[in-house]
Design a protein around this ligand. Structure first.
Ligand code: FDA
Length: 577
């Protein structure tokens, strides 16, 4: 029984992965304890880009409005400048994060949640506060040291850093959300591929009111052109708070210690801003390394790792905290269902089966985005012109060298769409595991480029439920995503699917609801669901608590058969038969 455990789940780490795990578990009513060895949450800006899928997770967990109040809105995110400095020669622009006229509707069609730029120190308190308010026990200054697991649970040793005392915590499960230097991933011997430390970056956080230089071309990222350095992309000016708090980023040689003094950093920042009379106040200078490593398995028995603990990659493509939040959302409901006795422990195998392939793709994509600056760097290479290669020095010339330079620049910038307008990467994750009932023919695979840039919404099992707008009883628009989730399984059908509603009633499972699209409260007045559902109106979709489709029945069936089929399917997915 419960008394044998201090808590059901011990979560180590309050970064995006740990905080989201704790928030979700607390929301689902699971006894959760979350610890952080530090005295407070993230104190440097770190991740910002909060993509649509991460926001859908936060929407389900009831904190979307809270993060929108503190983040920088989508409209200000994406008129990216490539210039010699903010006051200098502008050589190109790219509309990023779907803000371009040609991509806006793709993003709006794919999700009810527009992107948001959200500094990590502003996001983490919202997640951790939500977890605590909903009953999670949150402790700072508590360091995780070690654990051992047995058939029934995990005993972890922790140390109170204020008084040095060690104690143990007995839990059913342990979640290692302890970041890129994860002790837990190492202790359980998770297999890693790739390598750490591929390139070095210095980040200088500073205050300067740059409104006059950027407000007319609003963007949260600006690329400052300079001859390249190692494997790192470009010099960057990155907004923390528009347009007064910033990060300047540049590469350093991994063979030397990075220079973290404020005076040279300020000189470099002034160079990047350009010859402009603006007060610059450097607040902090730190260094971090670009990694390219991923675990091929995320779990050992009762111990599950999430976030940077299992995938380590650069910020290019903005996938770090987004992927961590999605790991957490995938894991949390499974832990909750096992703790509640609704699912067998083998359901947890599907966590690693589903998320490890995503982690590998994300690490590959983020590193490719970093390497995709090569063509641009080649153009900036001081020797390019001498060697007869296209060079930036010819950019405005009338002759063939000018044409070649302009063509090469346009191609190099277009390649950056794979980093900055990659809706397919952000939303197109498809799960294969024991928690999804596959359908035979997978249909046409999109070509690789298309799969990066575009999201193809589908009701095929393993995909996330397509978003369309419905109309509620008050006449307001609600998303299909709003009628599923919240820790529950949902059987979605149409007015013709009466057998499915009867089946859900008769099965009377504590975690399963039927929702009829077309009924009061969920009217399909725009007919978007009819166009998108990709099955007859009387068919059914079984949607998991994380908004992914577990099973599709593209047939109208009789009452008896519906109940039998649905009961057996749920049992298969939860391994509870
Ligand atoms: P995260 O590292 O956030 O959290 C780990 C948690 O575990 C912390 O709370 C830590 O204190 C705790 N912990 C560790 N060991 C412990 C122990 N033994 N006992 C108790 N607690 C322990 N990403 C991105 O997408 N865009 C970006 O621009 C950047 N920029 C960036 C800059 C810098 C300077 C850094 C350091 C990182 C980034 N990142 C980033 C990466 C991004 O911050 C990262 O992907 C997420 O924070 C990962 O979230 P996690 O929750 O997995 O780990």
């Amino acid at each position: 029984g419960s008394a044998a455990y201090d808590t059901d789940v011990l979560v180590v780490g309050t970064g995006p992965a740990g905080a989201t795990t704790a928030l979700a578990l607390a929301t689902y009513g699971i006894r959760t304890r979350v610890i952080n060895q530090r005295s407070w949450l993230a104190n440097s800006p770190r991740a910002h880009i909060t993509n649509q899928r991460a926001l859908e997770v936060l929407r389900d967990l009831g904190v979307e409005d809270a993060v929108r109040r503190v983040g920088t809105p989508w409209e200000l995110m994406g008129d990216m400048v490539f210039a010699t400095s903010l006051t200098g020669d502008e050589v190109a622009r790219l509309r990023t994060w779907g803000t371009g006229d040609d991509r806006r509707s793709d993003y709006l069609t794919a999700s009810p949640c527009p992107l948001l730029d959200l500094p990590q120190p502003l996001m983490e308190p919202i997640l951790v506060d939500g977890a605590a308010v909903r009953g999670a026990q949150v402790s700072f200054n508590v360091e995780y040291l070690d654990h051992h697991q047995d058939e029934h649970g995990v005993t972890s040793t922790v140390r109170d850093r204020l008084n040095g005392q060690q104690s143990t915590v007995r839990s059913r499960f342990l979640v290692g959300a302890d970041g890129a230097r994860s002790r837990i991933a190492e202790q359980i011997g998770l297999p890693f591929e790739g390598r750490m430390g591929r390139a070095g970056t210095v980040y200088a956080r500073f205050h300067a009111d740059l409104t006059a230089l950027v407000a007319h071309r609003p963007s949260i990222l600006h690329r400052i052109l300079a001859p390249a350095f190692g494997e790192i992309g470009m010099r960057t000016l990155r907004v923390v708070r528009p347009w007064t708090t910033w990060i300047a980023g540049w590469g350093y040689d991994l063979d030397d210690a990075p220079d973290l003094d404020h005076a040279p950093a300020e000189r470099k920042i002034r160079e990047m801003i350009g010859n402009h009379d603006v007060a610059v106040q450097v607040e902090n200078v730190s260094a971090w390394q670009v990694n390219q490593a991923w675990a091929t398995e995320y779990s050992r028995g009762r111990v599950h790792c999430a976030g940077d603990a299992v995938h380590r990659h650069p910020p290019s493509s903005g996938l770090g905290s987004n992927t961590s939040i999605q790991d957490a959302f995938n894991l949390a409901w499974k832990l909750a269902y096992v703790v509640r006795g609704w699912a067998d422990e083998t359901l947890l195998d599907s966590y690693s089966e589903e998320r490890a392939p995503v982690g590998r793709q994300v690490v590959a994509r983020a590193n490719q985005s970093r390497l995709d600056y090569q063509e641009l760097n080649d153009l900036l290479d001081p020797d390019a012109a001498k060697l007869g290669q296209p060079s930036i020095v010819h950019l405005r010339e009338a002759g063939p060298e000018g044409v070649a330079a302009r063509d090469a620049l346009a191609a190099a910038i277009a390649r950056k769409n794979f980093e900055f307008n990659a809706l397919g990467v952000e939303l197109g994750q498809h799960y294969r595991s024991g928690a999804v009932v596959p359908e035979g023919d997978a249909g046409d695979e999109p070509d690789a480029e298309d799969a990066v840039l575009h999201h193809r919404a589908t009701t095929r099992p393993g995909a996330k439920l397509p978003h369309v707008w419905l109309v509620d009883a008050q006449g307001r628009r609600i998303s299909t995503l709003d009628i599923v989730g919240k820790g529950r399984f949902t059987l979605l059908t149409g007015l013709a699917g009466t057998a499915w509603v009867t089946a859900v009633d008769r099965l009377s499972l504590a975690f399963l609801d039927a929702v009829v699209i077309g009924a009061d409260g969920t009217r399909d007045l725009y007919h978007d669901w009819a166009r998108r559902r990709d099955m007859p109106e009387g068919g059914a979709l079984l949607v998991r608590p994380d908004g992914y489709i577990a099973w599709r029945c593209a047939e109208t069936v009789g009452d008896e058969h519906a109940q039998e089929l649905l009961g057996a399917t749920v049992a298969t997915i939860l391994s509870s038969s």
